[in-house]
Write a protein that binds this ligand. Structure first.
Ligand SMILES: NC(=O)c1ccc[n+]([C@@H]2O[C@H](COP(=O)([O-])OP(=O)(O)OC[C@H]3O[C@@H](n4cnc5c(N)ncnc54)[C@H](O)[C@@H]3O)[C@@H](O)[C@H]2O)c1
Length: 252
């Protein structure tokens, strides 16, 4: 029961790695898991599944670009469940469907959801953890695209994920004194995102895999387990760190 007693909020948890993380937290005995997303039907279904399996979960509509919604989601979480111990800033969109890798509207969209969304989550989540006085753990989803560049992804995706990597380290430096740990997770080739374009193409995926030492794509639970480690007290001396979950892609 690695999440015993902890209240966690996971953004973008209606599917993909967010849903896998929410389910894993519940299986590991979380006191409550808040499943947050903009896809209400899918998000409600994830929360209902968790409850059916004996966990405690509720769904909240949360557009991570909306500061008012962030404030209310965090307030409601603390009011309903008593605290916020773990925040997973996972919501994001892909940059691999854009034809023009310098499209300005796409840049603004990518930075808005992937970078500003994480900034707002940290702003309200960390404030609640500080107020609670019991510390906490924030896990931000970056990507290998926050460490190295790719030839086929909008530059805004790399910029947004690079921003996530560094604001993670800044927040770790600022909030160690509050016993709030802040770390980033960097997945490699995973099941395609809802918004993926070229990275969902089987031919491109096969080509990419040639550069991945483990020779296969990752599975959502393999990322969720890295997030679980950072959320649990097992990582009590880990902050400002980045965990790469990429089958060795960035090692070669
Ligand atoms: N799949 C990959 O290959 C991969 C690789 C590296 C990093 N990542 C990152 O991991 C995270 C999860 O990706 P995934 O593969 O599960 O993708 P996904 O598309 O399956 O899930 C993303 C979720 O975010 C939600 N979302 C999008 N915009 C939102 C908004 N404004 N407010 C709230 N929720 C919003 C979506 O509705 C969706 O449920 C993302 O940050 C992504 O950039 C993914």
């Amino acid at each position: 029961m690695r999440m015993k007693g902890k209240v966690a909020l996971v953004t973008g948890a209606a599917g993909g790695m967010g849903a896998a993380t929410a389910r894993l937290f519940a299986r590991e005995g979380a006191k409550a898991v808040v499943v947050a997303d903009i896809l209400d039907k899918d998000g409600e279904a994830v929360a209902a599944d968790i409850r059916k399996a004996g966990g405690t979960a509720d769904y909240m509509h949360l557009d991570v670009t909306d500061e008012t919604q962030w404030k209310s989601a965090i307030d409601r979480t603390v009011a309903t469940h008593g605290s916020l111990d773990v925040l997973v800033n996972n919501a994001g969109i892909s940059g691999s469907a854009e034809q023009d890798l310098y499209d300005t509207a796409a840049w603004n969209r990518l930075m808005g959801i992937n970078a500003t969304g994480v900034f707002l989550g940290m702003k309200y989540g960390i404030a609640a953890m500080k107020k609670g006085g019991a510390g906490g753990s924030v896990i931000n989803l970056s990507s290998i695209s926050g460490i190295v560049g790719q030839g086929y992804i909008h530059v805004g995706y790399n910029a947004s994920k690079g921003a996530v990597r560094l604001i993670t380290k800044a927040a770790a430096a600022q909030h160690g004194k509050d016993r709030i740990r802040v770390n980033s997770v960097h997945p490699g080739l995973m099941p395609p995102m809802r918004t993926s374009g070229r990275t969902a193409d089987p031919e491109m995926r096969a080509k990419t895999l040639k550069g991945v030492p483990l020779g296969r794509a990752g599975e959502v639970d393999e990322v969720a387990y890295a997030i679980l480690f950072l959320a649990s007290d097992e990582s009590s001396y880990v902050t400002g760190a980045e965990i790469v979950v990429d089958g060795g892609w960035t090692a070669v």
